[in-house]
Design a binder for this molecule. Structure first.
Ligand code: HEC
Length: 374
């Protein structure tokens, strides 16, 4: 039978009435969102398990640990400034990138070392963000003096388990630099691997490329501004504001009642085709409001054959397509003004098709039809 971890840990039963173990909360590691990572340094402490046993201050282990720190600097996983190993814990000053939680980055590192070097860690770690007024230098000196305070070395001695970032080395190692500058590295890296490296490794440099803010000062152009002004009276393509009936469906703020464009069989044909493309999926081909999208749950639009819509001025239909209406979106971006009129005209034809008045027909046609109905 498997026993849970919690039961394994309890050595013997606590006597009745004994104070409970203080329940340690998980330490808060996530950086507040308002902080700026580029000028932030965290003081990190990670402890080993059990305490008072030397796991870290051994030459092989320390080499592996410092290698893993440098690896992370090189690959922009973090930027470690310095690391001091003590026999059963370590201190470090580290800056972290924005994208990933600190907890995850440090946990990944601990897990890596636990597997690679068999270091046993305590759960979790301590972190403290250096406040503005706390000088980085002071903190660094304080950490460096740790082995002296612990009586491990004398004032004048060098502690061998101390690592400090070398900006020449860790962030811009030669391979990274050659790749970023695009110079042939002389290595037989497969093309894809090289491309992948470029994408990840150069990301930082590309993010920091020089760029100008629009209209900021610059000496590139003669007038000292970084961007050009538009020539007088130009209108960006597609942005012309035209206020006539053809583009609004209104004259003096009132819906037009007449089609502002010539009614032809071609226009009606175009209107039918556009209506089927853009409207029928909801409104149905005859405009009864029972299109396929509606059958699948979209709000039911009103039938074009309601008295209200039969009596609505044609400008209203143009306006509904142009500006949307309640739950219906605007079709101005998909359907050109001329086509919106074609659709409006076709809606009128649909309305007529369902409400034709026999008296409107020429007598001979009407007589013929009536003969057929009988
Ligand atoms: C995605 C579904 C959908 C599409 C596509 C659609 N509509 Fe609509 N339409 C609606 C809905 C829903 C309403 C009812 C909106 C409301 O009352 O909130 C509506 C309302 C209308 C109305 C009635 C406005 C009124 O006064 O009550 C007209 C006219 C109309 N649409 C025409 C069109 C035309 C023309 C097209 C094609 C360019 C079109 N619709 C495309 C869903 C759609």
């Amino acid at each position: 039978m498997r026993s849970s971890k919690a039961t394994q840990k309890v050595g013997r039963a606590r006597p009745p009435g004994a104070p409970k173990h203080p329940q340690r909360k998980k330490l808060p590691h996530d950086r507040p969102l308002w902080t700026r990572p580029e000028d932030e340094v965290f003081f990190i402490t990670v402890c080993c398990n059990p305490r008072h046993k030397n796991q870290l201050c051994r030459s092989q282990n320390s080499r592996e640990i410092f290698d893993s720190v440098e690896f992370r600097n090189r690959n922009h996983i973090w930027y470690a400034h310095l690391v001091v190993l003590m026999p059963d814990h370590l201190h470090a000053l580290i800056s972290f990138p924005y994208e990933q939680p600190i907890r995850q980055i440090v946990s990944d590192w601990k897990r890596f070392l636990a597997t690679k070097v068999k270091i046993q860690w305590q759960r979790d770690f301590f972190d403290h963000r250096l406040r503005k007024e706390e000088s980085y230098r002071e903190k660094a000196d304080h950490i460096r003096a740790n082995p002296i305070r612990a009586g491990l070395i004398a004032e004048s001695d060098e502690w061998p388990y101390f690592w400090v970032a070398d900006p020449q080395k860790d962030n811009t190692n030669s391979e990274y630099r050659t790749l970023c500058r695009g110079a042939p590295g002389g290595r037989a890296l497969p093309l894809i691997a090289a491309a992948a490296l470029l994408v990840t490794a150069c990301r930082h440099d590309m993010m920091n490329e020089p760029r100008a803010k629009t209209f900021a000062q610059s000496d590139f152009f003669k007038d000292g501004a970084s961007a050009r002004l538009l020539p007088l009276n130009v209108v960006p393509r597609g942005q012309a504001q035209v206020n006539d009936a053809l583009h609004t469906g209104l004259t003096n703020g009132v819906y037009v009642t007449q089609l502002p464009t010539k009614l032809t069989p071609q226009l009606l044909g175009r209107g039918q085709e556009r209506h089927q493309a853009f409207c029928a999926e909801c409104h149905g081909r005859v405009g009864d409001g029972n299109g396929m999208v509606v059958q699948r749950g979209f709000p039911v639009p009103p039938s074009y054959h309601l008295e209200r819509l039969r009596n609505a001025p044609i400008g209203h239909f143009f306006d509904v397509m142009t500006n949307g209406y309640g739950a219906m979106f605007s079709y101005a971006a998909q359907v050109e003004p001329q086509d919106r009129w074609a659709i409006a005209a076709y809606i009128r034809a649909l309305q007529l098709s369902q409400h034709a008045n026999p008296n409107d027909l020429p007598p001979e046609v009407r007589n013929k039809l009536e003969a057929e109905w009988k």
